[in-house]
Write a protein that binds this ligand. Structure first.
Ligand code: HEM
Length: 164
């Protein structure tokens, strides 16, 4: 059981790292887009930025959630005190995860759904970033940063495990 726990914690950490590294990926794309404003290359860079951020969020988010469930099972903890006791640090992490999922499904996914056709329309002829794309990108990147803050808090709580 201890081997399974160690493996699950290791994978949980790696996936949390992938999720949090959205910040670095986003930073890289912002730098790549510097000087590309108004040029034809700006749109493909934005399209790649969305693809990479969404992929990292999906792999990291779903992975952290699944390994989190596995860790509940090996440690005998509960989910919101159901099926076992949930220490406060873990309860806060679970609430954080629910908020993160609400942000992803409530704000990030709709922005991504609207961006797909807007990208296709903007790519016709001379690629041009429209005000709608700029607004949706601001929403997507801004909310992603908020989710990354929750991930950071969850990392701190998970490592610290304060006994309150
Ligand atoms: C919100 C994103 C999350 C992040 C970034 C995260 C990150 C972490 C980190 C860094 C640890 C510390 C590992 C260690 O040093 O021992 C940890 C432990 C743990 N996490 Fe998460 N976690 C998240 C969400 C969850 C969720 C949703 C659950 C449960 C459904 C969960 C269950 C656990 C458990 C049970 C441990 C203790 C593992 C042990 O010590 O055996 N985590 N998590």
């Amino acid at each position: 059981m201890e081997v399974i726990r160690v493996l699950l914690v290791a994978v949980h950490l790696l996936l949390a790292g992938i999720w949090f590294a959205q910040i670095i990926a986003d930073w890289g794309f912002s730098r790549a887009r510097q000087g590309a404003e108004g040029k034809a290359v700006e749109l493909p860079l934005m399209m790649a930025q969305v693809k990479v951020l969404i992929l990292m969020g999906q792999v990291g988010g779903i992975g952290v959630l699944l390994t989190g469930f596995g860790l509940l099972w090996v440690n005998g903890y509960g989910l919101f005190n159901v099926g076992g006791l949930t220490p406060t640090w873990l309860l806060i992490k679970q609430v954080g995860m629910v908020i993160a999922l609400a942000l992803v499904f409530g704000l990030i996914a709709p922005a991504q759904r609207k961006l797909a056709p807007a990208f296709i329309a903007a790519a016709k002829g001379t690629p041009r970033v429209t005000p709608e794309i700029t607004q949706l990108m601001t929403q997507l990147v801004g909310v992603t940063r908020l989710v990354n803050l929750i991930v950071l808090l969850a990392v701190l709580l998970g490592v610290w495990k304060p006994a309150v």
